[in-house]
Ligand binder design. Structure first.
Ligand SMILES: C[S@@+](CC[C@H](N)C(=O)[O-])C[C@H]1O[C@@H](n2cnc3c(N)ncnc32)[C@H](O)[C@@H]1O
Length: 320
């Protein structure tokens, strides 16, 4: 077994906690310890993925961006094998446009899975690199063959920045703003210390024992990291509340232990970001989905996994 497989890794721990099958013994051991400290971990990971899907739909549908870079993409769920799980970025965007998509992650297992998910899709690439090196990332041949950085790009940083030091997280977000054109957007979801500071401290301690930096942050601090990017309505809120507070009984939806926002790269001196009606873009997206022929219908199905949400509850979520 290679050395790296004996070190627990965040992507594979996440996969284990969300019912996947791509993890090693070291990942499972640490995941079990984490789960004992924070039994709600599987649920917030799923809330985060559902946020990610809604954010992509918004960026493609309302902002009209068709180029996506999913940084720290993690293991994409296989839409055909796991129809009840949230869609990965390509699948979510493809309901709205013909997206060009790059998945980036520094975990070799993730890279393999990202390759599997994208290989047959034109205008895509899976790249294994450290996203903190923005110049290298944007200069990467595979990235350049898919993404035209002279046109707006949607960047996803979902559950990514909390795995970096303050300096690295700020530099990454700031450098992306410097290098991408106005009209681009960033979507961030980020663990917080605001709601369960002691538990988050214990989790950070467990990760640190394995050399993994885990930095949940306060809402203010996450806002500072977003820096030059301008959040669209409703701003930086819990992932379950974006873009609107849930009107379903998602257990613990108010306890996402995280914040999320979509933020814009506005041209200097431009007016504040338009406060688009979240309800209206969701309605228009649902109308588009309903009007698609049966064979192309969305593979998203209500959750049925125990511990997440009942199918009746999820059906209300889908229909809201
Ligand atoms: C918790 S997972 C999140 C996965 C997915 N974005 C989601 O929202 O579920 C964090 C991912 O970021 C990746 N990652 C962390 N630091 C990274 C870095 N510096 N460069 C590239 N990938 C990184 C990890 O390998 C992991 O797949």
């Amino acid at each position: 077994m290679p050395d790296w497989a004996e070190q627990p890794a965040v992507a594979r721990i996440t996969d284990y906690l969300t019912g996947g099958s791509d993890h090693f013994a070291a990942d499972r051991r640490l995941a079990e310890q984490l789960g004992q400290v924070a039994p709600w971990l599987p649920q917030i990971l799923m809330i985060n993925r559902l946020y990610g899907q809604r954010a992509v739909e918004y960026m493609a549908g309302t902002l009209g961006i068709a180029q996506f870079m999913d940084l720290g993409c993690g293991m994409p769920y296989n839409s055909s094998a796991c129809p009840s799980k949230p869609l990965h970025a390509y699948d979510a965007a493809s309901f709205v446009c013909t997206p060009r998509v790059v998945y980036v992650d520094n975990d070799p297992v993730v890279r393999g899975h990202a390759n599997m998910a994208l290989t047959e899709l034109t205008g895509t690439a899976a790249v294994g690199t450290d996203v903190r090196q923005v110049s290298r990332l944007l200069g990467d041949k595979a990235v350049m063959s898919v993404i035209d950085i002279s046109r707006p790009v949607a960047v996803l940083c979902h559950d990514l920045l909390c795995w970096m030091t303050d300096e690295d997280a700020s530099n990454l977000v700031g450098n992306l703003h410097d290098r991408l054109p106005p009209g681009s957007a960033i979507s961030v979801s980020h663990a917080t210390t605001d709601t369960a500071p002691e538990v988050m401290g214990e989790l950070a301690g467990l990760y640190a024992e394995h050399g993994i930096v885990f930095r949940p942050r306060s809402r203010d601090h996450i806002g500072q990291i977003l820096g030059p990017w301008t959040p669209v309505a409703p701003g930086l809120v819990t992932p379950a509340q974006w873009p609107t507070p849930p009107d379903h009984a998602f257990p613990g939806a108010d306890q996402s232990h995280a914040y999320a926002a979509v933020a814009l790269h506005r041209p200097a001196g431009s007016a504040p970001a338009a406060r688009s009606s979240s309800r209206s873009w969701i309605s228009s997206l649902l109308r588009r989905r309903r009007s698609r022929p049966e064979s192309e219908a969305s593979p998203i199905q209500p959750f049925a996994e125990p511990g997440f949400v009942s199918s009746a509850t999820a059906a209300r979520w889908v229909a809201r």
